[in-house]
Design a binder for this molecule. Structure first.
Ligand SMILES: Cc1cc2nc3c(=O)[nH]c(=O)nc-3n(C[C@H](O)[C@H](O)[C@H](O)COP(=O)(O)O)c2cc1C
Length: 190
């Protein structure tokens, strides 16, 4: 495991019930894409989060599945509004992607001081984006492609919730390779 992976593992340690072991290592070999899921609160505050547990699961209708931490602001927003967006980033957008790995609500990371836990991050503050026409969820100007979705099913899955969304619209903004979890060198899984 690279030192960068170790840093990311430490960041998400609260979610992991066990230290690294063979099963965890085997699960970590699984390759994933890397997506920025956009949402908004009922009063219109946009938010984005990094997610790699995301895939298309039906052609007709076109359905996407994403697995979201039960305490993510993103999941709360999608439950409240019934909509979300998915941004696929270009391969050279690692720095942009990194802005979305922290939770909006800092208290989500256990063990922080009361002061640190009280912070609400506006992750989109310095990121150019526009609200999608179908969902008003954030579409990143620098994305490779975007999709807008309406949530149709919420399925409990341990410490995550599976959200199945119908694709309402989508577009490719530029040519190029998509950024993947492997390219970023980060690990979420195990
Ligand atoms: C490489 C990587 C992949 C991630 N994939 C997921 C994922 O698929 N689902 C998830 O719920 N969180 C995932 N996370 C963690 C979220 O990005 C993180 O908890 C995020 O801050 C939640 O944002 P929110 O609380 O503002 O919605 C991942 C983190 C990293 C670093």
């Amino acid at each position: 495991m690279s030192s960068k992976d170790a840093v990311e593992r430490a960041k998400y340690e609260p979610l992991r019930s066990k230290p690294p072991e063979p099963v965890s290592d085997a699960l970590e070999t699984m390759p994933y894409g890397l997506y920025i899921v956009g949402s908004r609160s009922e009063d219109g505050q946009p938010n984005c989060m990094m997610a790699d547990w995301l895939m298309q699961v039906s052609f007709e209708p076109r359905l996407l599945l994403c697995s979201l931490e039960n305490d993510a602001t993103t999941l709360k927003n999608i439950r409240a509004t019934g909509v979300f967006s998915v941004n696929v980033l270009p391969a050279d957008a690692g720095e942009l992607a990194a802005k979305f790995a922290q939770p909006r609500d800092a208290s989500k990371i256990k063990g922080r001081s009361a002061e640190a836990s009280a912070v609400i991050y506006d992750k989109l503050q310095d990121v150019s984006h526009t609200p999608g026409a179908q969902t008003q969820c954030p579409l990143l100007d620098d994305a490779l492609a975007w999709l807008e979705c309406r949530a149709e099913q919420f399925i409990e899955a341990g410490d995550h919730t599976l959200v199945i969304g119908r694709v309402l619209d989508g577009a490719v903004l530029r040519d190029g390779e998509p950024l993947t979890q492997r390219m970023l060198g980060w690990s979420y899984g195990g």
